[in-house]
Design a protein around this ligand. Structure first.
Ligand code: MN
Length: 440
């Protein structure tokens, strides 16, 4: 994979001629260049892919028509000019890297393309964002040991962590048809629950609706049915990451999940952030991964040398909540928790190698959820289930409201960013969703 030393696209000194991209704290400086799908709001336009730069979106098709790309990047640009990114994803890391270098050169200060590209920029505030890829399949992992242990302790105090946990990345198959883009309303699901002490189940709106702070992992290069992806090259199959909220109805989950795992408690909505940050953009934020203490080292098919030097990703995560009352009073959202993807028990390469060890075919645009990213400290928990001890200790918000689980009108906002000395800060934008009342 192309690294920062090779093409200079990560150089923290690079500046863009798009002035907003140079502002401190911008999620989308010229070192980031994430991909999404958009159209201008209120117009009769088809969706098309673009690259985020500052508070603007560069229309890839318009940039291609303007002749902004060198010949070696034109094929990748053409593949990215449609409404979704799947065709670009299939081309693989060589093409992704050429396209990234072309955007970097075209958008940096001093580019000869500034004048013709001005016309290919759309203000993000005037755009409607859409799912950036056709998601064929969605798999949700459970890869934070802190989350698994905390939730396990609530469900099974005598055996919080099941025996398989430290040997394989546990997951279930989710529902691709209900993956929605940030900003979409999330309807409170109706389902079957068994109230404690009751003899027959209750059917009605979930009373214990929760969020899960997760990282979305997007597959780029497919593998054929029957082929397994070796862990050494596994990341060459991955296009990039986004934020993901795996909305969960805990009361439905608690009743339905035995013995086959989550079903309707999880598949009514999964919100993702609109911008896919490429694996290459994350290069400066790779971090060492380790198994310490008495934990078993990974089995050979889940292990390789560079896991220890660069298997993890230093991605800071945050959840904020805005209730309807806060919104009406003009109060700022309140932070519920923060954590870091670096603390994940399993790496993205291990998830991919494990998912394909049986020959399972992955396709371009397939989506993994990382599992709820909770950190080692209790206040770093990535769900209300953990933060409120299954509702027993409701949170008290600054305006005096209490929350055990989500209420109608609550808006949950996930944010993510990478920041350290010697590298440009890059952000993921936001994955937000507002709870709508259940249908009558
Ligand atoms: Mn989940």
């Amino acid at each position: 994979m192309t690294g920062s030393a090779h093409d200079g696209t990560h150089d923290p000194k690079l500046r863009s001629w798009v002035a907003s991209a140079n502002e401190p704290g911008s999620d989308f400086p010229v070192q980031n260049l994430p991909f999404g799908s958009f159209r201008r709001r209120g117009r009769d336009e088809t969706l098309r892919c673009g690259v985020a730069i500052g508070d603007r979106i560069l229309d890839i098709g318009a940039a291609l028509a303007a002749g902004a790309f060198p010949p070696q990047a034109e094929r990748a640009a053409a593949a990215a000019a449609g409404p979704v990114l799947n065709a670009l994803m299939e081309l693989g890391p060589g093409a992704w890297s050429l396209l990234r270098a072309a955007f970097s050169h075209a958008l940096r200060e001093g580019s000869p393309h500034e004048r013709e590209l001005e016309a290919a920029l759309v203000p993000m505030a005037a755009a409607e964002l859409a799912l950036p890829m056709d998601v064929g399949d969605y798999t949700d992992f459970y890869a934070s040991i802190y989350h698994a242990t905390a939730v396990g302790a609530l469900l099974r105090p005598d055996e919080p962590l099941l025996p398989n946990y430290k040997w394989l990345p546990v997951a279930y198959h989710g529902r691709a048809s209900t993956v929605v883009i940030s900003g979409s309303g999330v309807r409170r699901p109706v389902g079957q629950t068994m109230p404690s002490g009751a003899q027959t189940p209750f059917v009605g709106p979930s009373k214990r609706l929760d969020y899960e702070l997760e990282v979305g992992i997007v597959v780029g290069v497919p593998n054929a049915l029957g082929d397994r992806v070796a862990i050494e090259g596994a990341e060459r199959h991955l296009f990039g990451l986004c934020l993901l909220n795996d909305w969960s109805a805990r009361d439905v989950q608690g009743w339905e999940y035995r013995p086959l795992g989550p079903f309707l408690a999880k598949n009514f909505a999964t919100t993702i952030s609109p911008w896919i940050v490429t694996m290459e953009a994350l290069e400066p934020y790779r971090a060492g991964w380790q198994r310490n203490g008495d934990d078993p080292q990974p089995l050979p098919y889940l292990d390789c040398a560079d896991l220890r030097t660069r298997g993890a990703i230093d991605l800071q995560l945050e959840v904020r909540l805005e209730t309807a009352a806060m919104r009406a009073a003009g109060q700022a959202p309140v932070q519920l928790s923060r954590s870091n993807f670096r603390d994940c028990y399993w790496t993205v390469s291990q998830m991919l190698a494990h998912h394909t060890v049986n020959g399972c075919a992955l396709r371009s645009g397939d989506l993994f959820g990382s599992g709820t990213q909770s950190g080692p400290a209790p206040e770093e928990a990535g769900s209300l289930l953990e933060l409120t001890q299954a509702g027993r200790r409701p949170l008290v918000l600054p305006n005096g409201e209490r929350r055990a689980f989500l209420e109608d009108g609550d808006r949950v906002m996930l944010r993510g960013w990478c920041e350290k000395r010697g590298a440009a800060r890059i952000g993921f934008g936001e994955a937000s969703g507002t709870i709508l009342p259940a249908r009558a």
